[in-house]
Design a protein around this ligand. Structure first.
Ligand code: B12
Ligand code: SF4
Ligand code: SF4
Length: 224
């Protein structure tokens, strides 16, 4: 059985994709694999643009209205099923303590962070996310990614740092409190309905931009 083909096929049924992988070094503090021993390899799972959104919405219709954290619940369910199929253990970006998903993603696909913290992908721009990872007891032949072209390096003017009404993103990092105050304020509903204005200002990855209902879903969760 070719594990990579099996993973790709199983994930595509849910609009999800494998986002590269890597092998853990022997000295690394890796999380447990399916056996409970430190994992030897990881394959990242995520979405490009809104690829998984219709699958999630169809599933959501069958769930109780007051279900908490529905997107995480859906992702754990479907990625957990894929993990069983391919002999892996599934983990979620929301599992506590937080696992270093962005560090893993940088390693797996050779990406670097944008000034917003979100990783910049050469094709998807800022419009992608991680929904889980598959951890294996043995090394896989999914090689760690080579450094990808980092579009932010040559971006003139960096419009992503100029659109936020409260300047929440800066060289000093992300001002979570200022952002939250703005998002929750009754004066400006723009971030709630249109999504983060700084993220929207990036010119790359336009075909992968999230649709309005998906943006609103994420902003509602962020502001809760
Ligand atoms: C806690 C958390 C937050 C917190 C605090 C972020 C912070 N300052 O660390 C808050 C609630 C503020 C937050 C916000 C957002 N987050 Co967040 N967050 C996380 C989470 C669950 C844990 C981060 C962590 O501590 N990891 C543990 C450390 C050890 O891992 P790490 O890889 O070294 O962590 C890196 C990140 O923390 C990153 N980082 C540091 N500061 C910031 C700030 C921002 C805004 C981001 C995106 C990343 C980031 O640098 C670290 C070193 O590489 C991760 C998932 C995960 N498990 O990593 C998502 C994650 C980093 N978030 C993500 C996203 C998309 C966002 C939002 C943009 C989306 C949203 N609407 O919720 C917002 C930004 C706000 C906005 N204006 O829209 C994505 C990034 C995906 C990508 N393409 O790169 C992740 C990976 C979740 C996912 N499912 O894909 N987030
Ligand atoms: S606007 Fe420019 S600097 Fe900002 S995320 Fe997009 S490419 Fe990177
Ligand atoms: S969501 Fe709105 S307030 Fe928060 S960083 Fe983006 S533009 Fe600024």
């Amino acid at each position: 059985m070719n594990v990579q083909v099996s993973i790709d096929e199983a994930l595509s049924a849910h609009g999800l994709i494998a986002r590269g992988g890597f092998n853990f070094g022997p000295e690394e503090n890796a999380p447990p694999g399916p056996s409970g021993m430190p994992a030897r390899a990881a394959v990242l799972v995520g979405q490009a643009g809104a690829s998984a959104w219709p699958h999630f919405l169809t599933w959501r219709e069958r769930q109780p209205k007051d279900l908490r954290d529905p997107l995480d619940t859906w992702a754990r369910e479907v990625i957990g099923a894929v993990a069983s199929q391919v002999g892996a253990r599934a983990v979620s970006p929301s599992d506590r303590p937080y696992m270093p998903f962005q560090q893993w993603a940088m390693r797996a696909e050779g990406l670097k962070p944008s000034p917003l913290g979100i990783l910049m992908h050469p094709r998807y721009g800022l419009w992608h996310a991680y929904r889980g990872a598959l951890l294996f007891d043995t090394e896989t032949d999914t090689a760690a990614g080579e450094a990808a072209v980092h579009l932010c390096d040559t971006c003139v003017g960096k419009p992503c740092l100029k659109s936020c009404p409260v300047g929440a993103y800066s060289n000093a990092g992300f001002d979570h409190a200022a952002c939250l105050g703005q998002v929750r304020s009754a004066i400006s509903r723009r971030c709630m309905t249109l999504g983060c204005l700084d993220r929207n200002a990036c010119p790359y990855g336009a075909p992968y931009r999230y649709p309005a209902d998906m943006l609103a879903f994420h902003m509602t969760a962020f502001a809760a």
